[in-house]
Design a protein around this ligand. Structure first.
Ligand code: C2E
Ligand code: CA
Ligand code: CA
Ligand code: CA
Length: 277
C-alpha cells in the first residue's frame, strides 16, 4: 500500500510540476508578447433576434502564441488574474477598442457600441472608472459606445468597492452589464444591491431543455423587465433557442447561431453591409 501511495505521489508531483512548468512557460515573456502584438482583439456581434440586425459587439482577446498557436482566453485569463498581468492586458484591450471606435468616427463610418470585459482583480488593482473615462476623453468617444461587462462572480465580496466603480461608470453614461448572470448562487441577491443596465444570461441557462429550467429563464427575463434591465442571452446556438427566447420576451442574443467571435477586419467587412446593422 505504501509503495503504491508513494508511486501515486510521485506521479502527482510530476504532473503538477509539468503543469507548473507549462504555466511558467506561458507567463515568462508576457510583457514581450504584449509588445510584439501577440494579443489580438476579436469581436463577437450581438444581435436583435427579432430583426436579425447587429446591435453591437463584445471584445474578446486571443493570444497568437508564436510556438503554441492560438491560445483561448479560458486558458490564459485565469493565469493572468493570478499573476497580476491581467490589468496590463485589459488596459491594452480597452485601448484597442477605444481606438477602433475613434477611427470609425474619424473615417465617417458607422459606429456600433462595443463591450469590454473587466476582471474582478482589475477593480481592486486599478482605478477602472478613471481609466475608462480617460480613454473616452482621449478618443473623443460618446459614453454610450462603451459597455463594461463585469462577471457575476466578481460581486462575491468587497461589493462596496465594486458598487462604487459601477455607479461612477453609470453616472458618466457608460453601460454596465452583469456577465454570466445565473451562474452563481446569489444572483438574485446581487440585483437587490447593485444597479446595472444589462443582464447577460449565462449560456448554461440554455443547456437544459426541461420545463423547470425554461420556467426559471422566463422568470428571470420577466424580473429583469420589472427592474428595467435589458437582457441579452449568451450562447445561443440554434433556432429553437431563438424561438424560445423571443417567446418569453428576450430580444437580444450573442451566440454561434448568429456569429462567432471574429477578427476586427472581418467585423469591419461584415458591417460594411449597412443592411446588417
Ligand atoms: P465571456 O465574457 O462570457 O465571453 C463569452 C464567451 O462565450 C466567449 O468565449 C465566446 O466565444 C463564447 N461563446 C459565444 N457564443 C457562444 C455559443 O453560442 N456557444 C458557445 N459554446 N460559446 C459561445 P471566449 O472568447 O473563449 O472567452 C472566454 C472568457 O474569457 C470570457 O467569457 C471572459 O470571461 C474571458 N475573456 C475574454 N476576453 C477577455 C478580456 O479581454 N479580458 C478579460 N478580463 N476577460 C476576457
Ligand atoms: Ca463577457
Ligand atoms: Ca458570459
Ligand atoms: Ca439599419
Amino acid at each position: 500500500v505504501k509503495g503504491n501511495y508513494v508511486h501515486h505521489l510521485a506521479w502527482y508531483n510530476d504532473s503538477m510540476r509539468n503543469l507548473l512548468i507549462e504555466e511558467q512557460d506561458l507567463l515568462n515573456n508576457v510583457e514581450t508578447s504584449l509588445a510584439n502584438h501577440e494579443f489580438e482583439i476579436y469581436i463577437q456581434p450581438k444581435c436583435n433576434m427579432k430583426t436579425g440586425l447587429i446591435v453591437g459587439g463584445e471584445v474578446l482577446v486571443r493570444w497568437n502564441h508564436p510556438l503554441k498557436g492560438l491560445i483561448p482566453p479560458t486558458v490564459f485569463i485565469p493565469l493572468f488574474e493570478r499573476n497580476g498581468f491581467i490589468k496590463k492586458l485589459d488596459a491594452y484591450v480597452w485601448e484597442q477598442a477605444a481606438r477602433w471606435l475613434h477611427q470609425r468616427k474619424q473615417q465617417g463610418l458607422s459606429v456600433l457600441p462595443l463591450s469590454v470585459n473587466v476582471s474582478r482583480s482589475d477593480i481592486f488593482s486599478m482605478d477602472v472608472f478613471a481609466m475608462i473615462k480617460a480613454l473616452a476623453d482621449k478618443y473623443e468617444l460618446d459614453a454610450a459606445w462603451l459597455e463594461i461587462e463585469v462577471t457575476e462572480s466578481a460581486y462575491s465580496s468587497r461589493t462596496d468597492e465594486i458598487i462604487q466603480v459601477i455607479s461612477q461608470l453609470m453616472n458618466e453614461g457608460f453601460t454596465v452589464s452583469m456577465d454570466d448572470f445565473g451562474s452563481g448562487y446569489s444572483s438574485l441577491n446581487i440585483l437587490k444591491d447593485i444597479n446595472i443596465n444589462v443582464l447577460k444570461l449565462d449560456m448554461r441557462f440554455l443547456d437544459n431543455n426541461d420545463r423547470k429550467s425554461k420556467d426559471i429563464v422566463e422568470s428571470v427575463v420577466h424580473m429583469a423587465k420589472w427592474l428595467d434591465l435589458k437582457v441579452i442571452a449568451e450562447g445561443v446556438e440554434n433556432r429553437e433557442q431563438v424561438d424560445f427566447l423571443l417567446g418569453i420576451g428576450c430580444v437580444y442574443a450573442q451566440g454561434f447561431y448568429y456569429y462567432r467571435p471574429m477578427k476586427l477586419t472581418a467585423f469591419e467587412e461584415l458591417i460594411r453591409d449597412e443592411s446588417k446593422i
